[in-house]
Design a protein around this ligand. Structure first.
Ligand code: PEP
Ligand code: MG
Length: 538
């Protein structure tokens, strides 16, 4: 048995086999070749072999998951016969470029052209084209299939996972996560938390291929990862797992109860979600609503912008599921660690302090308008509120309100039915906390994002493992900013909630109640635990 320690970001125990995910990285250079004819043949041979792989994948998918899912491989095969793509790659090889470069350039050129089209169907083909050109490159470089393809339930072990990779995972097949990199405040950890799967980050193990398929245990209580556990360990962990399941069941009796201390002080407890699927867990946990829907996850793990219709369908689905309970959607906080290629962001020295959140929305207004249109249209289907991330000034809020007002008017002219939608400000920069008295006059509510508030107040990157002790949201400076924000909100007569991870901190619950924080929004799995903590207070 091998034992590794790590930082637990989600408690719980997972017992299963390891699925080892290794990123396939290749470098594309524009190196020239001397033998053009051989290179051409090498390219054409790779295309043929790629087609053979796709035929194999098609038959396999047809048998396992049916025609609907198998069709994608057939479509990819057809794209590999696209004369324009092939001719573009061949032309580059004839100019002396190597086949990998030619396949890569031709793929990018055509994918970008497709992605820029108005037609949604064609835009979706951009992703397929990138996929097929990567496939040809992998064949040329003799590399294995990429992507995370779990055929049966397993514990996912990886060096690191991006939020984009995490949102694409088949949740029903993941038992737990173990990553070598990552921090508790990273968005991948946040996603693991919202899936309520035992997860460890910072586990220092070397990702040797032999790990794949080995039995393992993720102990999210002790922060331990056991590979090939002994029988004794296995029995011990099964007992602990059963106890944990029983504890969770015991919490169920709190459903339908109030979040009220013994002396009658109340606080709302809502849930944070990253997508439509999480709403189910929020409901099951008897959350008072959704306090933070991180809408940027709708933009991740895909190759083109989600359309107004797609977004509308997601917001509507969550609103309908929540049956009149409050749903607060945070407009896309894209940027920093949450990025997607099709945004074509410039590389940045300090991405967390850079082009992200509301800065992107106010700069690329067309993307913002599409999102606001989808949100306002969805407002007819439930109790919607919208809030904005990374605010630092009153001017930003006024611009947002102006754009939102315009969107509203346009939709009304189009005859759409809309409801009143409160507009809130996220307080997650020290600037916003310090001018919260002014912001409170512009906003309908506040929601304090303690993850970013801690990172910016303490000048400590939340993604940096070495700074995990430093980036502490319990730091007195952060707590003072929270208290100040709550006071300013109440002075202006608006409600204020906390939606960062600090909201789950049981030890701070008394302080939050003392400050009269109106609402806490936490991962669905913590809703009943917090209720239990509130009810135990005098
Ligand atoms: C926060 O910063 O606390 C927050 C809730 O937003 P996110 O974690 O998505 O940055
Ligand atoms: Mg934030």
């Amino acid at each position: 048995m091998e034992k590794y320690s790590g930082k637990s970001v989600v408690r719980g125990i997972a017992i299963g086999r390891i699925y080892l995910h290794k990123k396939i990285e290749y470098k594309v250079t524009d190196q020239k070749v001397s033998d053009v004819e051989t290179e051409l043949l090498r390219f054409l041979d790779a295309v043929e072999r790629a087609k053979g792989q796709l035929d194999g994948l098609y038959s396999e998918a047809l048998e396992k998951v049916g025609e609907d899912h198998a069709r994608i491989f057939e479509a990819h095969r057809m794209l590999l016969e696209d004369e324009d793509y092939l001719d573009a790659a061949k032309a580059l090889i004839r100019q002396g470029y190597n086949a990998v470069y030619a396949a890569d350039r031709a793929g990018i050129r055509f994918a970008d052209a497709l992605a820029a089209m108005d037609d949604e169907y064609m835009r979706d083909r951009a992703a397929d084209l990138r996929d097929i050109s990567r496939r040809v490159i992998r064949v040329l470089l003799d590399m294995p299939e990429e992507g995370i393809r779990l055929e049966e339930s397993a514990v996912l072990v990886a060096d690191d996972l991006t939020p984009g990779e995490t949102v694409k995972l088949d949740r029903s097949k993941i038992l737990g996560f173990v990553t070598v990199k990552g921090t508790a405040a990273s968005h991948t950890a946040i996603l693991a938390r919202s899936m309520n799967l035992p997860a460890l980050v910072g586990v220092k193990l070397s990702l040797a291929d032999e790990l794949h398929g080995k039995p393992c245990i993720v102990d999210g209580f002790a922060g331990m990862f056991l590979v090939e556990p002994t029988k004794k360990e296995l029995t011990r962990m099964i007992v602990q797992k059963n106890q944990w399941t029983a504890d969770l069941e015991a919490l169920q009796k709190l459903k339908g109860q109030d979040n009220q201390t013994k002396s009658g002080k109340r606080i709302d407890i809502l849930a944070n979600i990253g997508g439509v699927e999480d709403a189910e867990a929020a409901l099951a946990a008897d959350a008072g609503g959704i306090g933070l829907f991180r809408s940027e996850f709708l933009y991740l793990g895909r190759e083109s912008f989600p359309t107004e219709e797609e977004q509308f369908a997601s917001y509507r689905a969550v609103l309908e599921k929540m049956e009149g309970k409050r749903v607060v959607v945070r407009t896309m906080d894209i940027g920093a660690d949450k990025s997607a290629d099709y945004f074509h962001f410039q590389p940045e020295e300090n991405p967390a302090m850079g082009y992200r959140g509301i800065r992107v929305s106010l700069d690329r207004v067309e993307i913002f308008i599409t999102q606001l249109r989808a949100l306002y249209r969805a407002s007819a289907y439930g109790n919607l509120a919208v809030m904005f991330p990374m605010i630092i000034s009153v001017d930003e809020v006024r611009r947002i309100k102006q754009i939102a007002g315009m969107v509203r008017k346009d939709l009304e002219k189009e005859g759409k039915t809309l409801q009143a939608v409160p507009l809130g400000v996220m307080i997650e920069t020290p600037a916003a906390a310090l001018i919260s008295d002014q912001l409170a006059r512009e906003a309908d509510f506040f929601s304090i994002g303690t993850n970013d508030l801690a990172q910016y107040t303490l000048a400590a990157d939340r993604m940096n493992r070495q700074l995990e002790g430093v980036c502490d949201p319990r730091h007195e400076a952060v707590l003072r900013l929270i208290e100040m924000t709550v006071k300013n909100a109440h002075k202006a007569g608006i409600p204020v909630g906390i939606c960062g991870e600090l909201a789950s901190d049981m030890l701070l619950m008394e302080r939050f109640l003392e400050w009269n924080v109106d609402e806490l929004s936490v991962v669905p799995a913590d809703v009943l635990k917090l209720r239990e903590a509130v009810r135990a207070l005098p």
